[in-house]
Design a binder for this molecule. Structure first.
Ligand code: NAD
Length: 288
């Protein structure tokens, strides 16, 4: 039987609608819109597109979105100065530094300079610690969106065996924490994991966040399992334009899985939606 397709585009739209309503209520209560400030250093072409999309998405739901474009030659000290100014500005609820930063700027130092309460990417160690100790935290957008997809698909996480393939700080580790927080029994797999296909076959929930095109095959999937594909990989296509695929061999896995996300149209659209949600969450937390 073919799996239920988890429609990330539709669910992201639903989240944006919820945020829009939440923003309107916030404005009515506090007389100001939540503010999201996005900082982009340099001319990295995909980052220009991503940051414009973030600003546009913010404006669409009534968030005061603002993109700050800084030249490639910006020094670390200048960037830190800008972050300090935004940190001190009460109209700013969320600060997002678009990664990657130019090589002469130390990413860790910069991310530490964002006050945890304005860290809408959820990368600050205080938020990482809060998430892992079960406290309210700003949680990285991609895993938060992936969890929402599982919830929308009605996947039972309590007591489920879940595997997260990939252990990055941005996706894999926070995803594992979120699943643990929902009472799943969680395995984190990575490039050194022994016999991953056999391990994966025992799992009720599979989250793939690796960055290897179509690595997860149908015979890795337990019949009926829920499969969330975070991967975004460009592969060659017959027309020479290239094609986006995930980390999961979608066509074959959807014949075995119980539910599955496509690429594109699965996790991808959720990331910006959750950034908007995080901005509203941060605005509320700062207004209490
Ligand atoms: P990363 O490169 O930081 O981490 C990849 C992880 O995969 C590592 O922990 C590594 O140990 C593991 N890995 C590598 N080879 C492996 C193998 N053969 N078997 C098992 N594990 C292996 O990547 P990331 O930032 O976590 O991103 C992962 C993927 O998700 C990428 O394709 C990225 O483009 C995508 N991504 C998508 C979104 C989105 O919005 N949908 C957001 C972030 C990342």
């Amino acid at each position: 039987m073919s799996a239920r397709i988890i429609d990330g585009k539709a669910i992201a739209e639903k989240v944006r609608g919820e945020v829009k309503e939440g923003v309107a209520a916030f404005v009515a209560k506090y007389g100001r819109a939540p503010g999201l400030d996005v900082l982009l250093v340099g001319e990295h072409a995909p980052s220009i597109v991503y940051t414009r999309n973030k600003e546009k998405a913010a404006l669409e739901v009534g968030i005061r979105g603002r993109l700050h474009r800084l030249p490639e030659t910006t020094t670390q000290a200048q960037l830190l100065e800008q972050i300090a100014a935004l940190s001190a500005d009460p109209s700013v609820d969320g600060i997002l530094i678009q990664l990657p930063l130019p090589k002469h700027i130390d990413e860790r130092t910069v991310l530490l300079a964002i006050p945890p309460e304005k860290d809408v990417d959820g990368f600050h160690p205080v938020n990482v610690g809060r998430l892992s100790t079960g406290q309210d935290a700003l949680v990285p957008c991609t895993p938060l969106g992936s969890l929402r997809l599982l919830d929308e698909a009605g996947v039972n996480l309590k007591g489920a065996n879940a595997i997260v393939i990939g252990r990055s700080n941005i996706v894999g580790k926070p995803m594992a924490q979120l699943l643990l927080g929902r009472d799943a029994t969680v395995t984190i797999a990575h490039s050194r994991t022994a016999d991953l296909p056999a391990l994966c076959r025992t799992m009720d929930v599979v989250v793939a966040a690796v960055g290897r095109a179509e690595m997860v095959k149908a015979d890795w999937i337990k019949p009926g399992a829920a499969v969330i594909d975070v991967g975004i990989n460009r592969i060659e296509s017959a027309d020479g334009k290239g094609r986006l695929v995930g980390d999961v061999a979608y066509a074959e896995c959807k014949e075995v899985a119980g539910s599955i996300t496509p690429v594109p149209g699965g996790v991808g659209p959720m990331t910006i939606a959750m950034l908007l949600q995080n901005t509203l969450t941060a605005a509320h937390a700062r207004s209490r």
